[in-house]
Write a new protein. Structure first.
Length: 352
């Protein structure tokens, strides 16, 4: 079986099947496990697969080989682009779509996915995810991270279709500068959770995955809450001292598999309901963290001190002092005083 593969990296000469090659027609090498499809001729199957490979991803050759295998079974072309420090994913997505890709697959983490989102938001072109980044929050939320690499590649290219909401956050900083809109699929947060993200090293994320944020977050638990006010849509402002205010699109903390299923974040949250859920974490005493932990770990329906919830299509947060903001594990502002999040649209995914 042969599959025509085009591998692109700007400004580099042609070399068959290396990171720097422009065009290659490659015979498939043997792998430990070759992914196969039960029904390779479905009506919604892609005809041109665009693969964006993070430049630091491990086992890139195996991933490309497996993607070749699946593409060949679908009688589809495979186009491959590698990221770089100068071009971390967005331009690669633009080029792949211009060259005819009707499926864009990211072999990387949340940062690369966020680079690709602007080109796929509201588009019929699906996104496939091979979770080999240092932090794979969206993949964990979708249940994609477990399993073999062959399973992950197969789901990314030939899995079922699923539409989910995409949020966007805009920050006004204390200097008057505006940052954003920054797109996110799982959550955006302002306060100590963003400071946790900022303090979490790439090495620890590579070692522990999304659970690394929880480990580092333990060191932030007893730090002083910050004064913040928040509201949903045009409701009244809720004012107090908050550890963090989250705008979330998922009911569980992605990757926090301390108990089966993960840690409960917002039980009413859904990734496809057109709404964001607010989780305002505002413990006033150290002992209130115990109740918050019990609710998260065991899903207790009872309300606990230090947690407030709301739901709506738009969320605003004001802080009298500059604080950090994160979106799906990326810092989007270090000095935000006004935070505005809303549902920006939808993307289509390929999932297991």
């Amino acid at each position: 079986m042969r599959c025509r593969v085009e591998v692109h990296n700007r400004g580099v000469a042609d070399v068959p099947m290396t990171r720097n090659s422009v065009l290659a027609d490659v015979r498939l090498p043997a792998t430990r496990r070759r992914p196969t499809l039960a029904d390779p001729r479905r009506a919604d199957s892609p005809r041109c697969v665009g693969l964006i490979m993070h430049s630091l991803a491990s086992r890139p050759g195996r991933i490309v080989s497996m993607a070749q295998d699946i593409a060949a079974q679908l009688h589809a072309r495979l186009l491959v682009e590698f990221t770089s420090l100068a071009d971390p994913g967005h331009l690669q997505a633009v080029r792949l779509i211009e060259r005819g890709a009707d499926l864009v697959v990211v072999a990387g983490g949340d940062g690369t996915i966020r680079q690709v989102l602007p080109e796929l938001l509201g588009s019929p072109i699906p996104l496939g995810i091979i979770p080999v980044g240092s932090g794979n929050v969206l993949a964990a939320a979708l249940g994609l991270a477990p399993g073999s690499l062959a399973d992950q590649v197969g789901a990314a290219i030939a899995g079922r279709l699923l539409d989910i909401d995409v949020g966007e956050v805009v920050c006004t900083e204390d200097t008057g500068r505006t940052t954003g809109p920054a797109l996110f699929c799982c959550m955006a947060g302002i306060g100590r959770d963003a400071e946790t993200v900022r303090a979490t090293s790439r090495t620890l994320k590579k070692l522990l995955g999304p659970a690394a944020y929880g480990v580092v977050g333990l060191g932030q638990v007893l730090r002083r809450p910050r004064p913040m006010s928040w509201r949903v849509d045009t409701d009244h402002w809720q004012t107090g001292r908050h550890w963090t205010v989250l705008a979330t699109n998922t009911p569980l903390v992605p990757g926090a598999h301390i108990v089966p299923g993960g840690v409960l974040l917002a039980e009413q949250a859904r990734m496809d309901d057109g709404l964001l859920d607010v989780v305002a974490v505002a413990p006033q005493r150290p002992d209130e963290w115990a109740g918050i932990a019990v609710k998260g770990l065991f899903g207790s329906p009872a309300r606990v001190p230090g947690l407030d919830y709301a739901q709506g299509p738009t969320i605003q947060v004001h802080s009298p002092e500059p604080v950090a903001v994160q979106a799906d594990g990326d810092i989007v502002s270090a000095r935000c005083v006004d935070f505005r999040a809303r549902i920006a649209g939808r993307i289509r995914l390929r999932v297991a």
